[in-house]
Write a protein that binds this ligand. Sequence first.
Ligand SMILES: O=C(O)CCC(=O)C(=O)O
Length: 294
Amino acid sequence: MSANRLCCLTKSDRAFYEENGYLLIEGAISAVWLNRLRDATDRLVDRARAMTVPDSDIDLEPSHTPNAPRIRRLTQPVALDPVFWEFASESIIVDVAADLVGPNVKFHHSKLNFKWASGGEEVKWHQDIPFYPHTNCSPLTVGVYLGNVGPEQAPMAIVPGSHHGPIFSHYNDKDEWAGFISSKDLGQIDLDSAVPLMGPEGSVTVHSCRVVHGSVPNHSKTSRPLLLNAYSSSDAFPYTAHSTPRPQVGTIVRGEQARFARFDGEKCPIPPDWSKTGYRSIFAAQQDEDHAKR
Ligand SMILES: O=C(O)CCC(=O)C(=O)O
């Protein structure tokens, strides 16, 4: 295969992504893959049932009990079950990433946000790049909805074109990491234009590391598992410690290792050094359960 071959996105998909900072490809993942991913997820949910406190692999809502499990997030599922790594490194989602950042694609991290039924927590408006600054802004995240997502299931919402705007601070006025954009800065963003990304199971979302996005609580009776895998071009290098290091981080999943870093000159506030304190999740940070300092 030619290194420059485009696999699955059209020219207009790519132009849409450049202009808006996101894509939605409905029903792109096969039933075979979805069943394998859901089986692997169920195995980890069973493991979580026995837990009473979160750990570095599985984040729990504060009200979680073994009898009434409420799981917020699997951290780096690629390191918890080989099915997740096979999916992140060999499936069509790598083709999607390669079409946008390629031809050389580096894996950064994965997570599975559950948005548990009847109250799964909100994700406040934020950008991703302030969590993991890179030498350039090629990083993007490919999401897969493991179930059907309509307006009631708290779909991830994106502010189109906001990736062309500033990179915002994600600290609060006490200089503590908040993990979301302050209400003062939100005044600069056209939140009314936000687009909820919805679709049948297996729908794929893509969002740029700079685009403003978030989601409301899930008050429906159905959980909303969203598997997220983040990639960059291989010439983008993180310059802060990884918050959730695992052996898969930094793997070139398509093409070749870069010999030189590419710099785009964008300034990004430095996040806390979670390699010292440990990192739970965006939920814990945004609900002020972490109190991380600069
Ligand atoms: O799960 C969601 O709705 C949003 C996910 C997200 O933005 C994140 O985890 O950074």
